[in-house]
Design a protein around this ligand. Structure first.
Ligand code: AMP
Length: 475
């Protein structure tokens, strides 16, 4: 039996027992409170406190929040409650609520959570993501769904095949909107929004609020309630951040020594490109380390198996591209290692947010080649702090640092104002900027180009990586 007998909805209803919880004061009904209790959600998180009442009241919502804050329950619980209360049933191939996610991983995780929030209620929740057979999804849609969690590509595919319609759609949730744009999904997003009924409740969540998102919000939302629980620049409080200034030839040795440390029990290692991830995965396997790779070319089954193995601890070191940077909720990651710097400064915040979760502590170490100094500067400006250098990896004594960094240490006037603009620049533009040496940095740039000649690692983090990068895809 899933509930202790005295918590069963039937018992509580019959004996008019009141289970008091803060979710109660937010307007969450008992049946959902019980589901949350079973998941050991004792108190609402700040985003839940802020978002649940307006969503229950049927308002549109613009939420500035990241995963890890309890965002999923913040929108899913009131959404389910509203659907449950209205007691309609979805027509065949119809969907009552659509949650759009940028990546398959996030979509799968959201689906799992939404199903858990339903508790014992019979609600129909399904997912539509690429990389798995479409036929199963078509079959689930055949009878109609209360909630569909989807990635854009597969959703449009299903729509084009006439397997899903949105005639009765009541709620549209756009999750991780900024990543959706970063991944180049704007056209798909516009197409999907066009297919939805005008009269609907829309909830838009984004970890950052660049002007493109603000414009989307203006068009898609009607008099939205605005909530802001995580400043976009907030890095995980308990993560110790370090920078190791390295040449690309030094990265593998450094990584090995970090992984060999006793406190490095579970590490997520980020590369910029799929090719880089595969290469590094092979190197770690050759060293007989319990490692695996997670990258966008893998099919969904392989991705899920890998994530499960990492969650269960059978795999201790996971090499991943940014597809894994968001949404993945694994609580005991001790180290995040940026083998390559990200190509968008905000991704640094998302990457290192994978450690130091749920009150635990963690370490985030970023390998920075001379070509990536520009990106480091953007990141430091974004998070408004200088990341300390790892002992023994201080490549740039302060008197030789590029002028821009010294200016930042002295609190440049531009710090804080520039990142927003820079972060939306095209990766190749950033790369050009990063590779443009300031006069004082010249000796290092020369050293790096020499090092590159002898390096066997794919240069996913260098200028080549930026220039070659294509928009990621969820399908
Ligand atoms: P999310 O931001 O939705 O990905 O949630 C991050 C993690 O926090 C997930 O493991 C959730 O299960 C968990 N969580 C969400 N809300 C609560 C809560 N009120 N109490 C405890 N854990 C929660």
């Amino acid at each position: 039996m899933k509930f202790p007998w005295f918590h069963s909805p039937f018992y509580l209803f019959k004996h008019r027992v009141t289970v008091l919880s803060n979710f109660d004061t937010l307007g969450v009904t008992r049946i959902f409170q019980l589901a949350l209790e079973r998941m050991e959600y004792k108190e609402p998180t700040p985003i839940q406190s802020a978002a649940i009442p307006p969503i229950l009241a049927g308002k549109d919502l613009l939420g500035l929040a990241q995963t890890g804050t309890g965002k999923t329950a913040a929108f899913a619980v009131p959404l389910l409650q509203r659907l449950h209360e209205s007691r309609f049933r979805a027509a065949p191939r119809g969907v009552r609520a659509l949650i759009l996610s940028p990546t398959r991983e996030l979509a799968e995780q959201t689906t799992k959570n939404v199903k858990a929030y339903c508790g014992r209620l019979k609600m129909y929740v399904g997912s539509a993501v690429g990389g798995v057979p479409i036929v199963t999804q078509q079959r689930a849609l055949e009878r109609g769904l209360d909630v569909l969690v989807a990635t854009p590509g597969r959703l449009l595919d299903l729509h084009k095949r006439g397997k899903v319609h949105f005639d009765e759609l009541e709620v549209f949730v756009l999750d991780e909107a900024d990543q959706m744009l970063d991944m180049g999904f704007i056209a798909e997003l516009e197409e999907i929004a066009y297919l939805l009924p005008k009269k609907r409740q829309t909830l838009l969540f984004s970890a950052t609020m660049p002007s493109e998102i603000a414009k989307l919000a203006q068009r898609y939302l009607h008099k939205p309630e605005r909530i802001d629980v995580t400043p976009p620049t907030a890095t995980a409080d308990k993560a110790d951040q370090l920078i190791a200034h390295v040449e690309s030839t030094q990265k593998l040795e450094l990584l090995k020594s970090i992984l060999a440390q006793e406190d490095c029990r579970k590490a997520l290692i980020f590369t910029l490109t799929k090719r880089g991830a595969v290469w590094l995965g092979k190197e770690l396997s050759a060293l007989e380390l319990p490692s695996a790779v997670l990258q966008g070319d893998m099919n969904q089954m392989a991705r899920n198996t890998t994530l499960q193995a990492f969650t269960a601890g059978r795999v201790r070191y996971l090499v991943a591209t940014d597809v894994a940077a968001r949404g993945i909720d694994i609580s005991d990651i001790t180290h995040v290692i940026n083998w390559d710097m990200p190509n968008v400064a905000e991704n640094y915040v998302h990457r290192i947010g994978r450690t130091a979760r749920a009150g635990a502590s963690g370490t985030a170490i970023s390998f920075c080649t001379p070509q990536e100094r520009g990106m480091l500067q953007q990141i430091q400006s974004l998070i408004k702090q200088k990341i300390p250098e790892m002992e023994g990896f201080t490549f740039f004594p302060s008197d030789q640092e590029p002028k821009s960094i010294r200016k930042f240490n002295g609190q440049s006037k531009k710090a804080g104002a520039s990142p927003k603009k820079k972060s939306t620049a095209r990766p190749d533009a950033q790369a050009k900027q990063a590779s443009k040496p300031k006069s004082k940095a010249k000796p290092f740039v020369r050293r790096q180009s020499e090092a590159n000649k002898s390096s066997s690692a794919p240069s996913s983090g260098g200028t080549g990586g930026y220039l070659k990068r294509k928009p990621a895809s969820s399908d």
